[in-house]
Design a protein around this ligand. Sequence first.
Ligand SMILES: [Cu+2]
Length: 68
Amino acid sequence: MSKHEFFVEMTCEGCSGAVTRVLNKLDDVKFDIDLPNKKVFIESDKSADDLLAVLKKTGKPVTYIGPK
Ligand SMILES: [Cu+2]
């Protein structure tokens, strides 16, 4: 499992809830959401590109920051 850090444009708990919902559909991930700093930390065997695609399903701007 590797850990990745993403920036996701989140402004409220509705936003972090949307991120939680898309990530909960995956079965091999652990994640932490830092709403004030708009960061999402994901531990997974999936590639950063795959995780980026999943996060983009929220419809929010998402940027891959790097391995954590
Ligand atoms: Cu929101």
